[in-house]
Design a protein around this ligand. Structure first.
Ligand code: SER
Length: 323
């Protein structure tokens, strides 16, 4: 199935991933062909000035449908979501945004025969009964968070639209994403980003998980690469669609702190676990991404050492240019 993307709409464009995906998509398809949407107003010049931006609550199907019609959209990257920690504080909101938002995208895609939809999932689909090491793609999915429940349902719903309506829906299970541009919000893996900000700004960080907490993580360039590689893959070569494990790196909070100390020797990390510890403990430490490697040639570029060097360099430059 060869189909050419012409016009793209991104939900959650102001978020951690959306804000870095938009400039790459605009380079690829042209500024005017990529419509950024978010419930919040845009903050960066790229989002604000370089191409169309529309304010959109993904729970509002009418407005979403209007933008998709108005801009003649054929491809959607549906990045808007409530993450795990916020989801535990506001479970009804997480259900509403994650499930209703996805249902709206899928229904509009069905009605308007859109070409291709990206609907990300997460390692939060796993739970305490999933193998802790090398969690396979197909395994026990019994999450204990509302976020995880919405992501399991989302994977199943996406696959249903592929099988039942012949749509082209794709998604990876993002691990914790580390990036220097836009901070994440409301996730359990946010400590792996916060630690860099605090190490650079104050040389101290109080980490909200135990030092021995190990989780799957990925640096933003690999996250973007995974997203685009899957979207570029030949549909016929895919056996699964919305549930691809993609591994980047796994490390403990303490290993991350030690890696940062190699570059900032006076950095001190302390540990004060909160409710997010239980969420972290319910997720696997490492995941097996063999299907992504086999079906669409996935391979990450960054490990803990190269990610840390690049993060400190980029974030230092960004934070210092603001002060
Ligand atoms: N980063 C997400 C979270 O912590 C996991 O996908 O909620």
């Amino acid at each position: 199935m060869t189909r050419t993307t012409k016009r793209v709409l991104v939900t959650g464009a102001c978020g951690q991933i959306g804000s870095e995906l938009i400039p790459i998509l605009r380079q690829r398809y042209g500024n005017d062909s990529v419509v950024a949407t978010d419930i919040r107003p845009p903050e960066t010049a790229c989002l604000r000035d370089q191409g169309p931006f529309e304010q959109l609550n993904v729970c509002d199907r009418t407005t979403m449908g209007r933008f998709i019609e108005q801009y003649e959209i054929d491809t959607v990257y549906h990045m808007a979501a409530i993450l795990s920690a916020t989801g535990e504080e506001k479970p009804a909101l997480a259900w509403d945004v994650n499930i209703r938002g996805l249902e709206n995208v899928l229904e509009i895609a069905r009605e308007r025969h859109l070409l291709r939809i990206f609907c990300p999932s997460s390692i939060a689909v796993f739970g305490p009964d999933t193998p802790h090491d090398c969690a396979p793609q197909t395994t026990i999915l019994q999450p204990t968070t509302m976020y995880g429940i919405t992501k399991v349902a989302g994977e199943l719903l996406g696959e249903y639209y592929v099988q039942r309506f012949g749509l082209d829906i794709r998604g990876v299970r993002y691990p914790g994403i580390i990036s220097s541009e836009t901070p994440p919000g409301g996730g359990t893996t946010d400590y792996a980003v916060d630690i860099f900000y605090q190490a650079i700004l104050s040389r101290t960080y109080s980490c909200f998980v135990r030092p021995d907490t190990v989780l799957p993580m990925m640096y933003m360039p690999d996250c973007i690469k995974a997203t685009l590689d899957l979207m570029d893959a030949d549909f016929d070569s895919l056996k699964g669609h919305c549930n691809f494990n993609v591994a980047g790196m796994s490390f403990s909070a303490q290993e991350l702190a030690s890696e940062i100390q190699k570059h900032l020797p006076d950095f001190v990390c302390t540990y004060d676990p909160d409710f997010r510890q239980a969420i972290a403990d319910s997720w696997p430490q490492t995941i097996d991404d063999a299907p992504a490697r086999e079906e669409w040639n996935w391979h990450p570029r960054f490990d803990l050492s190269s990610m840390t060097i690049d993060m400190i360099e980029k974030l230092t430059a960004r934070l210092m240019s603001r002060s």
